[in-house]
Design a protein around this ligand. Structure first.
Ligand SMILES: *Cc1c(COP(=O)(O)O)cnc(C)c1O
Length: 379
């Protein structure tokens, strides 16, 4: 018998309360009972995103909202600044390229901190930039980005919007859209929302809606104007992911009951316990400014990071993640966002200790778990 524990940076664990709601007989989406659910979800999403504006949602993975944040704002040949320091920064660049956008790239070594002054410099050199596309967390490296600082810089440019891929940020740490001046905040259901994959979200500011009016990019499925008009009537443009939205109502209720402050504190402590546990085992965290969503850890000298990730998963039942692209084999990742608590960290740390012993790393058994427990006492 082997029990399985999911600690990947998406999909993440789902609470039984939410699973049960999604198992209920399906409602018809043009039925008033479903409209009531949409009405509640609309309000709660505004609360979670910290905005007075509507938060749109789509039946797609998170990337659908990323793509929409390009096609609903820009016109062919427009200029955009993209921060690249990992797999998901590459995704912004690739989406822009697919739609004929000129990209100004800020290339930062993977794992390094992002200096907001680089964004300021790029904007000064390219005052015709229409959008800055960046992240809350670069999931491939576990780096947290200085969103507030970047948004504050972009705010001074009346014809430029600040777009944040918050797919591993929303529900993990503070990202109040209106207060910070984030123009588009993208999220996905399979991360901190405690839901299966299949829903993408986008909060949209007044400044972004104004830009939308001038955008000449072709679009069909991800038509944000049509989606907004429908949403204001508690409807969606196409058949929504009904069961996921029923689950979303429940997960948002759970989040409201816990409260944002406690959610963010829990995320911060879980990630810190993971990091410090790893350090106590003689390992080194990868990210310079680590995110509370996902912890990237260097494999020790002479041990393959993929071997660690695979052993955690195959032999010890803990699904984390390996490294991507050139980090494959160099790092492994353990995510503690969403429906994770202190015992998840203890489990992951115990599995990591077993794995490292198998692979010949030298350390005192229990030192990682012990250190994690000390940090988790703060919870
Ligand atoms: C998971 C993730 C994505 C979304 O990918 P999808 O597979 O399209 O849901 C995008 N950006 C970041 C930062 C992510 O962590």
């Amino acid at each position: 018998m082997q029990k399985r524990y999911l600690l990947a940076p998406g999909p993440t664990q789902i609470p039984p309360e939410v699973l049960l709601k999604m198992a209920e007989p399906i409602l018809h989406h043009r039925n008033p009972m479903f409209e009531e659910i949409v009405a509640e979800v609309r309000e709660d999403l505004k609360w979670l995103f910290g905005t007075k504006n509507e938060v749109l949602f789509f039946a797609s993975s998170g990337t659908g909202a990323m793509e929409g944040a390009v096609t609903n704002m820009l016109s062919p040949n427009d200029k955009a600044i993209v921060v690249r320091s990992g797999k998901f920064g590459d995704r912004w660049a690739n989406i822009c390229k697919a739609y004929g956008i000129q990209t100004v790239e800020i290339n930062v070594p993977w794992g390094d901190e992002i200096d907001p002054a680089l964004v300021e410099k790029a904007l000064k050199e390219n005052p015709d930039t229409k959008a800055v596309y960046t992240h809350a967390t670069e999931t491939s490296t576990g780096v947290r980005y200085p969103v507030r600082e970047i948004a504050t810089i972009v705010k001074n440019y009346p014809n430029t919007i600040c777009v944040i891929d918050g797919i591993t940020g929303v529900g993990v740490f503070e990202l109040p859209m209106d207060e910070w001046g984030i123009d588009i905040l993208v999220a996905g259901s399979q991360k901190a929302f405690m839901l299966p994959p299949g829903l993408a979200f986008a909060g949209v500011s007044d400044k972004a809606w104004a830009m939308n009016k001038t955008s000449k990019m072709p679009r069909f499925y991800f038509n944000w104007t049509k989606e907004l008009t429908n949403l204001q009537k508690n409807q969606t443009n196409f058949t929504p992911a009904i069961s996921l939205i029923v689950g979303l109502r429940e997960s948002l209720r759970m989040m409201k009951e816990e409260g944002l402050e406690k959610i963010y504190k829990r995320a911060e402590i879980l990630a810190r316990a993971t990091r410090e546990g790893a350090i106590a085992l003689g390992l080194k965290p990868f990210a310079k400014n680590p995110s509370p969503a996902v912890t990237a850890i260097y494999a020790p000298e002479g041990i393959d990071g993929q071997a660690i990730y695979k052993s955690l998963w195959k032999k010890y039942g803990v699904t984390g993640a390996g490294g991507q692209d050139h980090l494959k084999g160099k790092i492994f990742r353990i995510a503690t966002l969403g429906y994770a608590d202190k015992y998840d960290v203890v489990t992951a740390m115990a599995a990591l200790e077993f794995t490292l012993k198998d692979l010949g790393h030298k350390f005192k058994m229990g030192s990682g778990v012990g250190r994690a427990l000390e940090v988790l006492q703060e919870l």
